[in-house]
Design a protein around this ligand. Structure first.
Ligand SMILES: Cc1ncc(COP(=O)(O)O)c(C=O)c1O
Length: 471
């Protein structure tokens, strides 16, 4: 297989174009990305300590808070994952009750497990055509809080993986009326608030805690992220305690230097960077909107940069679209789902990047329109409607510690899940330990595997899929 270094070197020299994270798009933005080894130090004299920042790192974090309009900000070197673990842990006491969107990243579930939290779900529904999860609305949160007055914190995702934004300001108001905190998983929104044409970020919309992956949408290295805190509802000492628990005691100075540079460069160059981004994005959409068969997710509450592509004739599944773009055009997308494929654009993209994908999609659309593409053998796995009949038999914190056994998926209906079954990407659980695996879930998982999606938490043995269930 050769060394990782060699493979990375070869890949860097290839013509595969990246429509995926990280936001720097493998281009040399600034000095940090070009300078690695010489800057790789630890907490030596004069370089402060992230876990007790009083010097340069404190100053950097103050500056980040100023840019993002937050009261206080914390650099994260273990991704948004560590920010979500810390935010959820600090927002609730042990065994507290969390109201969260079902489509949360797995780190939110991990926090609930570690802190023995009761979970109550918000189910914002599915997009009728594309089958992706929608973002939470204020009415949904209001209804859920009215039904369950013991909820201690609310967690929403905005923007979603597909770029849909929640009614964050209205939700914050409703949540605060109850005197409890709002956490926003804004992992896909580190670019928000830099430019007038974009939506405001969650800190400016009233979130008590907001977590952003800098590496997803800014020119910053993988694993770099930031946590913002606002208001009086979060105990800051407790938050710092959890940040120390969930993060490395040797935070990378390269990461931190890169974070500073990414934020400063984006803030200083916002006019031009976001102006070009917006122009290229709209020009591409204008051309793509001429497609006859391919549809692109376009909603009022949509962030720019996520191109969600679907063949509305149903002949190409999300995976087939993804594979066609990869194998025939050398265009590497961010992900494939049942009915759609997702390409990501950031301020790091080149005109060539827009051009290559536009041409490829126009050409695929032409092929589809001419009828030269055969009908798929089966309808692509679509909406995750199985969540509608979700039954929690045991709380997650109990279920994940129980003894399990493996059974064929075909025989799992009616049994209780003993481990997570997760679609990767977007790393959102389809099944959570303690939930009943219904017939609908079995069918959905089978179609996901048939469609070539990556499902974690299942094993293939002798051509049969196995799942772990509670004994
Ligand atoms: C919505 C959401 N939240 C959190 C995360 C975790 O982010 P990170 O990879 O920075 O740890 C992801 C990762 O894909 C995500 O999509």
């Amino acid at each position: 297989m050769g060394s990782l270094q060699k493979r990375l070197e070869e890949y860097a020299g290839s013509d595969y174009y990246p429509y995926h994270m990280p936001g720097h798009k493998r281009r040399l933005f600034g000095k940090t990305l070009a300078t690695v080894a010489a800057w790789d130090i630890t907490e030596i004299e004069g370089f402060d300590n992230l876990h007790e920042a009083r010097g340069i790192l404190h100053r950097l974090q103050l500056r980040a808070a100023e840019v993002y309009g937050a009261e206080e900000s914390f650099f994260l070197v273990n991704g948004s994952t560590s920010g979500i673990l810390s935010a959820v842990s600090a927002a609730l006491p042990k065994r507290g009750k969390l109201l969260m969107v079902r489509g949360c990243h797995k780190s939110a579930y991990h926090a609930a497990y570690l802190r023995s939290l009761e979970i109550s779900y918000l189910l914002p529904g599915m997009h009728p055509e594309f089958g992706c999860t929608l973002a939470a609305t204020a009415a949904q949160v209001e209804r859920a809080l009215a039904m369950e007055p013991d909820i201690g914190a609310v967690l929403i995702v905005s923007p979603t993986y597909e770029g849909l934004t929640a009614e964050t300001a209205e939700i914050a108001e409703i949540v605060h009326r109850r005197g409890i905190p709002l956490i926003v998983d804004e992992a896909h929104g580190a670019h928000l608030g830099f430019h007038a044409g974009w939506q405001l970020n969650a800190s400016r919309l009233g979130a008590d805690l907001a977590v952003q992956s800098l590496h997803k949408t800014l020119p910053s290295m993988t694993q770099t992220a930031i946590l913002h805190v606002n208001g009086e509802l979060i105990n800051r000492g407790k938050l710092k305690r959890f940040l120390e628990i969930y993060q490395s005691s040797s935070p990378s100075y390269i990461f931190m230097a890169g974070m500073e540079e990414a934020i400063e460069m984006t803030a200083a160059g916002a006019e031009k960077l976001f102006g070009d981004f917006e122009k290229n994005w709209h020009e591409m959409l204008e051309r793509l909107n001429k497609c006859k068969v391919l549809h692109f997710l376009q909603e009022k509450n949509m962030d720019k940069g996520k191109l969600v592509i679907m063949d509305c004739s149903g002949r190409l599944s999300g995976r087939q679209l993804y594979d066609t773009l990869l194998n025939q055009y050398h265009l590497q997308l961010e992900m494939a789902a049942g009915r759609y494929a997702l390409a990501m654009f950031t301020i790091g993209d080149t005109v060539e990047g827009y051009e290559r994908l536009t041409k490829a999609l126009l050409s695929i659309d032409g092929e589809l329109d001419s009828g030269r593409v055969a009908l798929a053998a089966a309808e692509p796995s679509g909406r995750q409607e199985q969540w509608i009949c979700l039954i929690q038999q045991f709380p997650l914190y109990e279920a994940w510690d129980k003894e399990t056994e493996k059974v064929p998926l075909a025989k799992a209906a009616g049994r209780v899940a003993g481990c997570f079954i997760v679609l990767y990407p977007p790393d959102i659980p389809v099944v959570v330990p303690g939930e009943i695996i219904t017939e609908e879930i079995c069918h959905y998982l089978q179609t996901c595997v048939r469609d070539g999606l990556t499902v974690q938490g299942m094993e293939k043995q002798n051509c049969q899929l196995y799942v772990e269930i509670i004994k």
